[in-house]
Design a protein around this ligand. Structure first.
Ligand SMILES: NC(=O)c1ccc[n+]([C@@H]2O[C@H](COP(=O)([O-])OP(=O)(O)OC[C@H]3O[C@@H](n4cnc5c(N)ncnc54)[C@H](O)[C@@H]3O)[C@@H](O)[C@H]2O)c1
Length: 319
């Protein structure tokens, strides 16, 4: 790798990936449409350290509409993280935006890569999601059936399938990584860890959907970055890997961890479970361990501590 593209560079995970790539000496072209899924100032903040770097080139580009062929020319790798995330908001009329940012954007990017001479095509590393599995007993290996439970999950699976067919029909070096609940500094404000920590820092109650016994395989953002770099080096066309942190915990466990780190007691407001929310996610990461030497390094408590420190700065709170 030397010249790389990161789509969704101003987002939570994409911005961490940019920082790491820049620290390793790569030329990074960051593409982002700065969509309104959360405030623009937060996305600018995410890009804070990359923005001033001489090897970082930001372009405000909408993958659904703008010309992409010239952009991908000359790149060694395209890390494709741009998407509209979020399970609960994917029902109803907003699905058109999910189709655009998750499915059409991926197809246009793959077409742009395909338009290049075969020898000059970049590797594509696609950010897929555990939501492609739906609600299944785990640990789940990559060949487990896919039964997404939300329109978001359907859109992520559709884009993953696009990567697969462009790999099989045109030999495009497209690799999909199924991330499991990513957390850490800069986490999106709609995500549970962020909402709970914000409540803890601001002395507000938390909203818990369901009985809080639903479990997630929490994955620290730095470990997801490691997986992306390894996939760019060692992934093969059509590969799919689970990327889970091995921090399996319930929402109630997560709340207890946040209470301990922030030294507060959180008041819980219990709401009904939401359509599309699954009861459990649990990754089998053996393939990623074997082929990508993927070893998640950051545990839940340590990652929460780092996220709390970042969010104290974000919201200007010292306590
Ligand atoms: N955060 C998680 O736990 C998680 C889990 C599984 C998969 N993922 C996937 O990882 C990726 C990154 O997620 P995130 O949490 O960092 O989200 P994010 O919203 O913080 O980042 C996504 C970025 O993509 C940009 N974007 C959206 N549509 C675009 C378009 N049409 N053209 C250009 N840019 C566009 C947005 O402006 C945003 O900055 C997504 O593909 C998401 O589906 C995330």
């Amino acid at each position: 790798m030397s010249t790389v593209i990161v789509t969704g560079c101003a987002g939570f995970i994409g911005s961490h990936l940019c920082d790491r790539l820049l620290a390793s000496g790569h030329e990074v072209i960051g593409l982002d449409a700065m969509t309104g899924n959360y405030p623009r100032w937060m996305k600018r903040r995410n890009l804070g350290s990359a923005a001033g770097h001489p090897k970082f080139h930001f372009m405000e580009v909408n993958l659904c509409a703008d010309q992409l062929e010239e952009l991908v020319r000359g790149a060694d790798v395209v890390f494709h993280l741009a998407a509209l995330p979020g399970v609960r908001s994917s029902w109803g009329p907003s699905f058109a935006d999910y189709l655009g940012s998750n499915v059409l954007a991926t197809q246009r990017l793959l077409e742009a890569v395909k338009s290049l001479d075969a020898a000059r095509r970049p590797t594509v590393v696609y950010a897929s999601s555990s939501s492609v599995y739906g609600d299944m007993e785990g640990p789940l290996a990559e060949d487990a059936p896919t039964y997404p439970r939300s329109p978001y999950g359907v859109s992520k699976l559709a884009a993953e399938q696009l990567c697969r067919v462009y790999a099989s029909e045109f030999g495009i070096q497209a690799v999909s990584l199924r991330y499991f609940t990513v957390f850490g500094p800069r986490q999106r404000p709609d995500m549970a860890v962020h909402r709970f920590i914000r409540a803890a820092l601001c002395g507000q109650p938390v909203t818990v959907y369901g009985d809080g016994e639903q479990t997630r395989d929490f994955t620290y953002v730095g470990d997801v970055v490691d997986a992306n770099l390894a996939a760019a080096e060692s992934g093969r066309a059509g590969d799919v890997f689970n990327i889970g942190g091995g921090n399996r915990a319930s929402v109630n466990d997560l709340l207890t961890t946040i209470e301990a780190v922030c030294c507060v007691t959180l008041q819980r407001q219990i709401w009904p479970a939401q359509p599309g929310d699954v009861q459990r996610t649990y990754a089998d990461v053996e393939q990623a361990a074997e082929r990508l030497a993927f070893r998640p390094r950051v545990g839940l408590a340590e990652g929460v501590e780092r996220q709390v420190a970042d969010m104290r700065r974000l919201y200007g709170r010292q306590s």
